[in-house]
Design a protein around this ligand. Structure first.
Ligand code: DAK
Length: 258
């Protein structure tokens, strides 16, 4: 992998791990970090040996939002040119599952980044929030929509209108995250989950990710039609034959990704 300035990357078995590395600013997301993140995820997505990815920060902060120093004097046009939205669109378009492993502050654009991942594992110290209102703006990278779809209108309103932060256990009860673990375990648990998914039939995993994402984006009738077509198409893969034969022969399947 390449050398980056603001992130660290590592391969752990079949999992690509990206760690934000701006600890002095609580991993505030600046243009360099977002560009490097896009590059690293695209690289992992293209590697056949990798089946899933994990994005993480450190114990104190996943990311405390976009870097305010880069935005304070910006014009609307300059904000339109920012790599924020391309980065988020890229995560949506990454074919393999991406897990956010969150500890400490997960705020503003950091929270929106976590919500654009496919699964979220948190430590007990994680704090989720959308503090943009305190800066005189609103969320701009998905929270008014994704957060509201997930937690419902009244909780989203309180978080977005009045900077209500929520703890890891609250986030779990609001279906915002998958699991909460002690701080010493959350990253290992996220990597284990990623490895388990990476060991599954690769084409079916990608198809499943795409279909679940579409459920938030297209009308139900169109989504059901697309799901059925994708299901039928998987019967043209060797992995479908192998998976079903292995079940009947009471053995573990060997996936080919074809
Ligand atoms: N940006 C820049 N620096 C930050 C930062 C941030 N978001 N968060 C923390 N820091 C820096 C602090 O300035 C401080 O720097 P020094 O003074 O040491 O140089 C250092 O990190 C430590 O922070 P504190 O001294 O404040 O530490 P505390 O423990 O007291 O507080 C905190 C931690 C995370 C609660 C606090 O730092 C905080 O409230 N941070 C700001 C959180 C925030 O408002 N986040 C939302 C940012 S707005 C876009 C779409 C979306 C967005 C952008 C563009 N487009 C469509 C283009 C997203 C916008 C946002 O996320």
């Amino acid at each position: 992998m390449k050398e980056y300035q603001t992130i660290l990357t590592e391969r752990k078995g079949k999992v690509g791990l990206v760690t934000f590395n701006r600890p002095k600013s609580f991993n505030a997301l600046n243009p360099v970090l977002l560009t490097e993140l896009m590059d690293a995820l695209a690289e992992f997505d293209s590697q056949v040996e990798i089946g899933a990815m994990v994005i993480t920060g450190n114990e104190k902060a996943f990311a405390a939002g976009a870097d305010i120093t880069n935005m304070v004097d910006a014009s609307p046009e300059e904000m339109r040119q920012s790599p924020f939205i391309p980065a988020f669109d890229l995560i949506r378009n990454i074919k393999k599952p991406v897990i956010a492993a969150v500890s400490g502050y997960c705020l503003g654009g950091g929270h929106e980044l976590a919500m654009s991942c496919d699964l979220i594992i948190a430590s007990e110290s994680a704090v989720f929030g959308q503090p943009e209102i305190t800066l005189g703006v609103i969320p701009g990278a998905g929270a008014t929509q994704r957060l509201t779809h997930t937690v419902g209108k009244i909780i989203a309103m309180e978080m977005i209108l009045n900077n209500r932060t929520i703890s890891a256990m609250e986030a779990l009860s609001f279906n915002l995250i998958n699991h909460v673990y002690p701080i010493e375990d959350y990253l290992t648990k996220a990597l284990t989950l990623a490895q388990e998914i990476a060991d599954r039939a690769p084409l079916a995993v990608k198809a499943a990710k795409e279909m679940v994402n579409q459920s938030h984006e297209v009308h139900l009738t169109a989504g059901l039609k697309e799901e059925r077509n994708t299901f039928y198409n998987l019967f043209s893969t060797q992995d479908q034959k192998e998976g079903m034969k292995a079940f009947l022969e009471k053995r573990t399947p060997t996936w080919k990704g074809s």
